[in-house]
Design a protein around this ligand. Structure first.
Ligand SMILES: [Zn+2]
Length: 64
């Protein structure tokens, strides 16, 4: 039981999670999150997504 708990904790800490937050470029709200792999880390993500606040499709850009 003790070992199992330790493994779980260690696994959570070591998990490389590259979370990208996508913010609407018009209303600046952070509407989407996505995970990115190492391969795409050099470029800033830009996606056209539906913004429920603007009620239309807008460009969403990755923010830190
Ligand atoms: Zn918006």
């Amino acid at each position: 039981m003790l070992r199992q708990g330790s493994q779980l904790h260690e696994g959570a800490n070591n998990m490389p999670r590259d979370l990208a937050i996508m913010a609407c470029t018009e209303c600046k709200r952070r509407n989407y999150t996505t995970t990115r792999n190492k391969r795409t880390i050099a470029t800033r993500l830009e996606l056209t997504k539906f913004c429920k606040h603007d009620r239309k499709r807008t460009l969403h850009r990755e923010v830190k």
